[in-house]
Design a protein around this ligand. Structure first.
Ligand code: ADP
Ligand code: MG
Ligand code: ZN
Length: 475
């Protein structure tokens, strides 16, 4: 039996406004508990919400970036449920008319573009946080009222890889638009994954389960894979009806398993109704003409054309706006685009990833990386030498590139006269081998190169050594 996987994703993106969505408390992260609060976000009786204009602007930018319909008039609703981190007893959200509807984004599947529909994106407020201690819990309401954009996809994704490609693209888009820092560890980009499996050919979807709040791409993939296997096993064992029920599950990153958290609530359970404290939201006209920055897909295409990069390389370099900018600074300093790509994507990123340093905090600036590449291009140092220079600069960021080259003693010998002298010395010492070489044992060429390199303690420019040896031996 063959099966088909169906996935739809809900992503909560924390908008990076300075203040909360319905009050003027700051949204700063990591403050003392309950410092960023006021009567509105504490849910005190009589306090009234006032819509944050910046949050609306960011939602509209997002909608326009995904070719969506922007509703000029949308409605805030109360979503009622009880939980200690929700002091009002309801969350202000959007239900019937969200601000953004019917959008799309494109992912690459087996080298082809695939369109993924985005059903809706709506504005809502975040809840606070319950902190569980031994024997009791406390509530921190600093996060309560932080603006969220909840982005809901169509069930268009057909594998965990497609789900990750979608999330990475969405992540890039919100970062490019600068509407969220989308920091997954800090919870500014939270994913709920809905997944079902059906026998291939069956029209109706299978039963969906929702896996809540997974905070890394790696864990999302693991959680989906685990769930997909569980569903397929249940089909195979004939226990699908009992085993797979519509519910919310939690992923445990230590065991790599999911477990049931609660039955799935239906929207009727929330007793949605329009919030009488807020007027319908009307989008200001000027938000429709705000400039949209170059987005990841466009930038990738431009990199392929302008810098002749391969699709994969262009994709890596444009995954984050800061990385793309870094690359363009290196190229802008007058470096060959292919060299810039390999030194940035392989050498620098490799070193940064090992130490978990983001590109924005790279100890080696774009200017310095460009300088290292120029020293390779003008043959001052070899490719192997460049790697040592990069290691040194990672450790001692205050060093200039030429100082590092000097300190490491890596300067290549590129003076032809000096190399010629070394070549002659080597040939004199090896008269017998020169004889053999001239009698047809041309394999010996490598031996001579090695000897000259050794004599120069590895510093002779290898291309020059080759050239000069060739003329001396053959010419
Ligand atoms: P809720 O708020 O109850 O979770 P939504 O309709 O807002 O419901 O979101 C449902 C999400 O689940 C959407 O992303 C949708 O694409 C996805 N989905 C719906 N049905 C299925 C299914 N059978 N299998 C997988 N995903 C599904
Ligand atoms: Mg849901
Ligand atoms: Zn407040």
């Amino acid at each position: 039996m063959e099966y088909e996987v169906v996935i739809g994703l809900e992503v909560h993106v924390q908008l990076n406004t300075k203040t909360k969505i319905f009050c003027s408390c700051p949204t700063s992260f990591g403050e003392r508990e309950n410092l960023n609060t006021c009567p509105v976000c504490l849910g005190l009786p009589g306090a009234l919400p006032v819509m944050n204009r910046e949050a609306v602007k960011k939602a509209v930018l997002f909608g326009r970036a995904i070719n969506a319909k922007i509703n000029k008039r949308s409605i805030f609703a109360r979503k009622n449920y009880f939980y200690p981190d929700l002091p009002k007893g309801y969350q202000i959200s959007q239900f019937e008319i969200p601000i953004v509807e019917n959008g799309e984004l494109f992912i690459e599947v087996d080298g082809e573009e695939k369109r993924i529909g985005i059903t809706r994106a709506h504005l809502e407020e975040d809840a606070g946080k319950n902190i569980h201690r031994e024997g009791y819990s406390v509530v921190d309401l600093n996060r309560a009222g932080t603006p969220l954009l909840e982005i809901v996809s169509e069930p268009d994704l057909r594998s965990s890889d497609e789900a990750i490609a979608y999330l990475k693209k969405l992540h890039a888009i919100v970062r490019y638009l600068d509407i969220s820092d989308a920091n997954m560890q800090e919870g500014s980009f939270r994913v709920d994954a809905n997944v079902s499996v059906r026998p291939k050919g069956q029209k109706e979807f299978g039963t969906r389960v929702e896996i809540k709040n997974i905070n890394s791409f790696k864990f999302i993939k693991q959680a989906l894979e685990y769930e997909i296997e569980r569903h397929i096993d249940a089909y195979e064992d004939g226990t699908y009806q009992e085993e797979v029920v519509q519910e919310t599950r939690l992923f445990n990153s230590r065991t790599g398993e999911t477990r049931s958290m609660r039955g799935k609530e239906e929207s009727a359970d929330y007793r949605y109704f329009p919030d009488p404290d807020l007027l319908p939201l009307e989008v200001p006209e000027e938000f429709f003409s705000l400039p949209i920055p170059e987005l990841p897909d466009e930038k990738r295409r431009r990199f392929m054309e302008e810098y002749k990069l391969k699709p994969y390389d262009a994709g890596v370099l444009t995954a984050e706006p800061e990385l793309a900018q870094f690359y363009e600074e290196v190229v802008g300093a007058g470096v060959d685009p292919q060299m810039a790509n390999s030194y940035l994507s392989v050498e620098l990123l490799g070193r940064l990833n090992k130490k978990n340093i983001p590109i924005t905090e790279s100890p080696i600036s774009a200017q310095k990386l460009a300088q290292v590449i120029k020293r390779v291009a003008d043959k001052t140092i070899s490719g192997a030498g460049a790697k040592k220079v990069l290691d040194k600069l990672m450790e001692e960021p205050q060093l200039e590139v030429d100082e590092a080259i000097e300190k490491l003693g890596l300067k290549q010998i590129s003076d032809p006269a000096v190399i010629e002298e070394m070549v002659e010395e080597v040939l004199e010492k090896n008269g017998d081998k020169v004889e053999q070489y001239r009698n047809g044992k041309t394999k010996l060429f490598g031996y001579f190169v090695g000897q000259v390199m050794k004599a120069s303690r590895g510093k002779a420019n290898p291309q020059l050594v080759n050239q000069i040896l060739k003329t001396k031996l053959d010419g």
